[in-house]
Design a protein around this ligand. Structure first.
Ligand code: DAH
Length: 344
């Protein structure tokens, strides 16, 4: 054969390549075989380069055969890759059947990070019950029966009336009441605490709302506390959690349990203030409320407000996590799509 003159063992190249592809035991090994048998320095490519020394007819014939071998080796490699390689020979049964290692949900991670930030600022962490009485969720917070503010806090009622009305708490503010009652009982004022936990509301899920969500409440009760302490605390918190450079603002608002009250907002991290679907085209995202503890609340728990003053805040943890990671739609948190969850 003409090709033999040039020492082109085309059949040998094909045989070796096929055997190597079939023998690759891992994706890495297959990639090495691919480079070795089809790459620039492979016998196949070298053979191609030698074709110039042949007569035109012989060159055409040998070139055709080499191309056939290349096509065949390429499709065998692809087929092996598509098989996802049978790893049974290299990976022991015990390892193959072990479940994939998971990690904490993004919102759980956010809660832990927020606790860390506040602990580093001198706050302690406390928790309260998710099922509350009307007293803790509303009345002690200066929201009497039939107060209009109850309208935005509709929830599931577990028990109505006797001996008491019990409901799924609509915010973490009732934990403030528990802490203040205990501090009065145990004579342990002042209080510097944050209180994270689940909340429940009759809300239709949308880009910024979930009917089951998480808040982190803050409460400081001490002597000579001013609105400046509140604003400074929020400023330091914003920089610690979002990094310097994120714009925040406090806007006058109304909450029955604080006076004066404010809403805490930051520039929407999705549009950087331009306006988008997530922020309803305002450029700002509300992350929670805050204010100076209302004297009526101190009266409800028996704290003398001529001696003590304080501030409080309540932030949405899901919202904070959403803004920190620029997630367009909060419903992604609840959809259990592993492609979303595994990114965080
Ligand atoms: N509890 C309020 C809510 O969920 C948020 C809030 C506002 C909490 C002002 C506070 C506060 O502690 O001072 O809508």
């Amino acid at each position: 054969m003409v090709t033999d003159n040039l020492d082109l063992d085309i059949d040998g190249i094909a045989r070796d390549g096929e055997a190597a592809i079939a023998g690759a035991r891992s994706t890495d090994a297959l990639a090495q075989v691919e480079t070795g048998y089809l790459g620039k320095r492979s016998a196949l490519t070298r053979a191609h380069r030698k074709l110039g020394g042949l007569s035109p007819d012989a060159r055409k014939e040998a070139g055709q055969r080499l191309n056939d071998v290349r096509t065949r080796l390429e499709s065998l490699t692809e087929a092996r890759r598509a098989d996802r390689l049978d790893l049974s020979e290299v990976i022991p049964e015990a390892v193959r059947s072990a479940p994939a290692r998971g990690h904490l949900h993004l919102v759980t991670q956010a809660r832990a990070e927020l606790e860390d930030v506040f602990v580093s600022m001198g706050f302690t962490v406390a928790e309260g019950p998710e099922a509350e009485s009307d007293w803790y969720n509303f009345e002690a917070l200066n929201i009497p029966p039939a107060h209009p503010a109850r309208g935005m806090y509709d929830t599931l009622y577990l028990d109505i009336g006797e001996p008491e009305t019990v409901l799924l708490r609509t915010h973490t503010s009732p934990v403030q009441i528990h802490l203040m009652e205990k501090a009065v009982r145990d004579r342990t004022l002042p209080i510097h605490a944050v209180m994270p936990g689940k909340c429940f509301r009759l809300d239709t899920p949308d880009a910024r709302h979930l009917p089951v969500f998480n808040q982190i409440e803050g409460l400081v009760v001490d002597r000579d506390i001013t609105f400046g302490d509140l604003a400074g605390t929020i400023q330091i918190f914003t920089e610690a959690y979002f990094g310097a450079g994120i714009q925040s603002r406090l806007r006058p608002a109304y909450f029955p349990f604080t006076e004066p009250s404010a809403e805490y907002e930051i520039t929407c991290t999705l549009c950087l203030g331009e306006g988008c679907r997530t922020c309803s085209h305002t450029g700002w995202i509300e992350l929670g409320g805050c204010g100076m503890v209302d004297p009526a609340v101190f009266a409800a728990v028996g704290i003398d407000w001529s001696e003590w003053s304080g501030f409080a805040f309540g932030f949405g943890i899901d919202r904070l996590a959403q803004m920190r990671h620029a997630i367009p739609d909060m419903r992604s948190f609840m959809e259990n799509d592993i492609r979303f969850l595994s990114q965080f």
